[in-house]
Design a protein around this ligand. Structure first.
Ligand code: AG3
Length: 286
């Protein structure tokens, strides 16, 4: 059988993966969830037809969304994770013994159920005693928190459907208020390459710059996301991700990581000119 999964990366660009088998197709109250098996990328799942994780490259995204902020402030103890139903972000956070408390707020309980069944390695730490799971709207959850967290990670879908509110100015303001004086916000920041994603990136950056004292963007190479060039946002009230990078703390922890390392930490903030220009251009919008 010649079965292919295809995703539009732009209006006239398709990315396809040959499928060995479709393992699940289910509609939750929030979105369409599909799980596939493929030869090259292993198992992967999509939400509303967009790849969220594949077994082969999820380590890149999860290393970069977690280990970058963790090495800027080695005293992070209390973390809020929004979205992230597959559990990959929590799995990486749980590798730090000094993290005491993780609140994870995922709007769609079905994503967690599916990932616990089909992606046990990614979801392996969701039942760690430090992890407190809430199946509710992250927007409302964060709006009720003040001065509480050292780190907020927004591991969301793209800005439509359930992920839409997680790219708004009022959400970033609520995150700012929910963070303590040394708090850091990291978010998945879309991609600079194709128009549609670039606009999402520009809008998010403008809103974060307007809300946070320090706002930087860093990059990673994620083969299964649009263009393979993906960005993350680092925002903080206090820390600069390069000037305050604690390389020694990383060495001491002796964490084995497959993507993140000391050089990557610094280098990931070095952006190509076309990306810098697009970010600067975006600040002028509206
Ligand atoms: N979170 C989704 C990142 C955005 C993907 N967008 C896309 N493929 N168009 C990833 C979940 C990993 N925990």
């Amino acid at each position: 059988m010649d079965l292919w999964y295809s995703e539009f990366h732009a209006d006239t660009i398709k990315f396809s993966i040959q499928i060995e088998k479709q393992l699940l197709s289910k509609k939750s109250p929030f979105q369409q969830i599909d799980v596939f098996e493929s030869k090259e990328l292993g198992r992967f799942f999509t939400l509303d037809g967009f790849v969220m994780i594949t077994e082969k490259d999820e380590f890149i995204y999860h290393d970069m969304i977690v280990h970058v902020p963790m090495h800027v402030n080695p005293e992070i103890k209390k973390v809020l994770v929004i979205g992230a139903g597959d559990g990959g972000t929590v799995r990486e956070l749980c590798r730090y013994p000094h993290i005491e408390h993780i609140d994870m707020v995922e709007i769609d309980e079905m994503v967690v159920q599916v990932c616990e069944e089909y992606f046990p390695i990614t979801a392996s730490k969701l039942r760690d005693p430090r992890v407190h799971l809430y199946f509710e709207d992250g927007l409302k959850f964060v709006a009720n928190k003040k001065n509480e967290y050292d780190l907020i990670i927004v591991d969301s879908t793209d800005p439509f459907g359930p992920g839409e509110g997680l790219f708004t100015r009022s959400f970033y303001q609520d995150c700012h208020a929910a963070l303590n004086a040394k708090g850091i916000l990291v978010n998945q920041h879309e991609s600079p390459f194709y128009d549609h994603y670039r606009k999402n990136m520009q809008r998010a950056h403008k809103r974060i710059v307007e809300t946070f004292e320090i706002a930087k963007v860093y990059q990673a190479f994620i083969p299964t996301y649009a263009s393979g060039h993906w960005l993350f946002g680092f925002a903080s009230k206090h820390f600069d991700p390069i000037l305050d990078f604690k390389a020694d703390a990383f060495a001491q922890l002796n964490l084995k990581t497959k993507y993140y390392n000391e050089d990557i930490h610094r280098a990931s903030f070095a952006l190509p000119n076309y990306v810098k220009d697009a970010l600067a251009e975006g600040l002028k919008d509206e």
